[in-house]
Each structure stands twice: as C-alpha cells, then as structure tokens.
Design a binder for this molecule. Sequence first.
Ligand code: B12
Ligand code: SF4
Length: 422
Amino acid sequence: MSIKILLINPNMYKYPPVLPIGLEYIKESLINSNYDVDILDLTFSDDPFLDIKETLKKTKFDLIGFSIRNIDSCIYFNNQYFLPDFKKIIDFLKEFKIPIIIGGSGFSASPEEIFNYLKPDYGIIGPAEKAFLDFLDLWKNNCVDIKIINGWKYGIDSDLVPIRSTNLDYARYLKSDGLIGFTTHVGCSNHCPYCIEANKKVDFRKIQSIIREINSLSSYGYNHYHLSDSEFNQDLEFCKKFCRELAKINSNLKWTLYMKPNPYDEELFQLLRKSNAYLITLSVDSYDKIQKKNNYSYDNLENIIEYCKKYNIELAIDLLTGYPYESVESTKTVIQFFKDNRPKSVGISFYYRLFNNTELFQLIKKDLNLKKKLTRPLSDDDDCLNPIFFHQYTKDEIQELIQGDTLFKIAGLTLGVNYQLK
Ligand code: B12
Ligand code: SF4
C-alpha cells in the first residue's frame, strides 16, 4: 500500500498571497516515486483548524508535511510574527498522532531554533525535492537517526518538471493580486552579512525543464510571473540562455524578478527585455564594505539604471542602509546617488532583522554599543525568533535625509511588495 502524505501550507499572509510552489515541487517529486500526496492550502481559509479536522477525517494520512515559508514579515514597520500561530496549528495536528515533518525557507533560516520551538518529529533544511525521498526511504524502514536533515547536501532534481495548478486555486490567488512563481536555481553566492540565504551553494535547474514548466502553465492561460529565485543573476551565461529560450514561448508572457548588482552586462538587459521582463527589484547595500564583499560599486549601479532605462524595464531598488559602523556620510551618499540617477523607486530599509547564525548577529553580540541599538533587549540565549532589529536611524532622521523626494519609500509603512507598490 502506498504511503499517504498531506502537505500543509499554513501561510495566511496576503500582502500579497503567495502560491506554495515549494509544495507543488515536492509533490511532483514524491508522486514520481509513487507516493500518494495531497496539498491542504490554508491561505484563504476562514478556519484553519476546522479545515484540518475535515481533511484528516476524510482521509487517513501516514505523514504530515508542514511548510514554514516565513518566520515573520522581516520588516520593522507593521511587522507580523507568524510562528506563534503555526505553533497553535502544530499543537492541534499533534492530537491526530500522525508524524509531522517541517521545512520551507522560514524554517531553513533558523532550523534548530524553530525545531525546538514547534517540536515536530522531523525537519528538512533547504531544498527538499531529493532529501524528502531519501528521508522517506529511511523512515519507511524505521532507520531515521537524525531529526533535522540538510537538504543542501542533496541539492535539487534539475530534471524535475512540476505539473502545476492542479491542486491549488490559482484563480483566487490571481484575483487577490498574487503572481505565479517559478525557479531557475536555488542558492546564492553573495556574502551579505545579515542574510539567511548568503553563501548557499547554487544549483541550477535544466533550462529545458524550466521552459517545459512555464509552457505547461502558459497553456492554461497563465502568463504573468514572479521569479522565485533569491536573485536571478548568479551566472551570466545561464541567465542569457534562459532569457533567449523564454522569449520563444509566448509573446503575452511577462515577468518580474529579483537581481543583485553583479554579474551583468548590456546584453543581459537586452535579453530580459526580449523575454518581457518588465520590473527588476535590485538589492543594494549602501555600506562600501558590503558592496566590496559582493564585487560591485556605484559605477555598476549607474550602468544598471542606464540599461533599464534604455531597454524600458522598470527598476525598483531595495536599499539597506545603516549597517553597524557605517557612517551617516555613507547613507547620505547613497540617497544623493539615487536622487541624481533616479530609478523607478527606492524602498529604504534601515532596520536589520537579526537571525541566529548570521555574521551580523555575531558582530552585535560582541559589542555593547551595538546592543544598545536593538529594538528589544537581547538575552544571553536569545534565539532571535521573536523579531529583533538593529537600527542606527529613526524614521524622522531618514525622512529628513530624503527631504520629501517621492522616489523614496520607507519599507513597511505600506504593506505590499514592489510589483504592487506602483
Ligand atoms: C520569490 C519570493 C517572494 C515573492 C514570491 C513571488 C511568487 N509569486 O512566488 C514575493 C515578492 C511576492 C515575496 C513576498 C514576501 N516575502 Co519572499 N521570498 C521569495 C524567495 C526569494 C523565494 C521563495 C520561493 O518561492 N522559492 C521557491 C520554492 C520552490 O522554494 P521553497 O518555497 O523554499 O520550497 C522548497 C524548500 O523550502 C522546501 N520546503 C518548502 N515547504 C516545505 C515543507 C516541507 C514539509 C518540507 C520537508 C520542505 C519544504 O522544499 C521546497 C522545494 O525544494 C524567498 C527566499 C528564498 N530563496 O527562499 C523569499 C522569502 C521567503 N520571503 C521573505 C519575506 C519576508 C517575504 C514577505 C513577508 C516580504 C514582505 N515584508 O512583504 C512577503 C510575504 C508574502 C507571503 N504571502 O508570504 C523571507 C522570509 C524570511 C523569514 N523571516 O521568514 C524570505 C526567506 C527572504 C529573506 N531572505 O528574507 N517573496
Ligand atoms: S544577494 Fe540577496 S539573497 Fe544573496 S546574500 Fe545578498 S541579500 Fe541574500
């Protein structure tokens, strides 16, 4: 008899609602290995407890997979902390005496800490298409000897072509301003000291697999996408090849993506335009030490702004400023730079969300003066799950530096992401 697995998406945050594509990818991988898999999507649920109860009454499941995409909304203003609600759901699930395995990008940001807080049976860090299969082989034979499995060691299945939109109410997401995601790779080679995704091995999907996935979605009439890579441009040649192939699919298709300031060249922007990329969100740090770590400077930013203008692609900057030991002069310089060069918008974040295991957290722990600039007291054994931020500036100080220039928007004051904040 085949093992029956229920994958639950408990993410009810809706600014915007996000399709649980990670669960669609896992489902495809498990189905290909003859497991029986259902997805319970709670995004639009009025009563998640009732929906879970009904689902578990109808069918007998052997294992529950619980996805944790976000710990919190990560931005200081209007911050929302999701883990306490997830804990209530996990505690409720435990009453059904079915083993629970957790995973997802939120879980992967702080795995030990979240595992200790939620107390599931197992967890998988990072990509799970392959790791989950290996886990199941061991689990079936009662041979699992570790609680938290590292999916980064397994990587992704580059041939996987998920057949999507069969289990989820895509129309409802689209009506509520959600977009359809797809990935080209996992990982990020940059070294941003505050980021939970830094220094993660980059593992590419085969371009023909990605194109087949998009072709299939496009055949259902879905033509508007948000890339779900951390940053698109890990490898310039891969990016160009992908854009060339994407441009062949369908002229109604359009997409938006995240990029970092390096690598790039003019041809990349030409090809992005050709494939109907209409909006790039570019992650930028003002601190020169972080720029250097990641191999870019203001010259590169100037080029990117120029190419976006030339090829008619909107450019939204996600700017971080006020890193520990960064001077006010440095913040003034970045603001003046964007005032002069004028991309479409600049979202400014000056509160850094702390996560255990990051370089930033280690730095702050060592310096009493930095600890004074946190949004709540830091205890000796703090796991940082309960949101905590480092900041050098107040909102008023940043507003004074911006001087009413509407190019700049303070992140979090209005809920939503760049493609929504027109
Ligand atoms: C693309 C993206 C977006 C896009 C999504 C577009 C779209 N339509 O898909 C947009 C711009 C809308 C967005 C919005 C937000 N995002 Co976002 N986003 C991402 C990003 C880059 C990719 C997520 C993704 O889809 N990956 C691709 C899929 C295939 O992978 P996956 O979901 O991780 O699933 C895999 C594994 O995690 C695992 N897995 C997943 N579920 C499960 C379950 C089980 C049981 C197991 C075993 C494994 C498992 O297996 C899957 C397959 O390998 C991640 C960072 C990252 N690289 O993960 C941030 C990230 C998830 N986002 C984040 C945040 C904060 C947000 C916002 C709150 C921002 C804001 N303040 O508005 C909103 C939240 C929106 C919402 N409703 O949840 C944070 C969460 C951090 C945290 N503290 O928890 C991340 C980690 C970025 C970061 N470094 O800070 N986001
Ligand atoms: S480039 Fe983006 S995803 Fe990569 S480490 Fe920096 S902030 Fe994180």
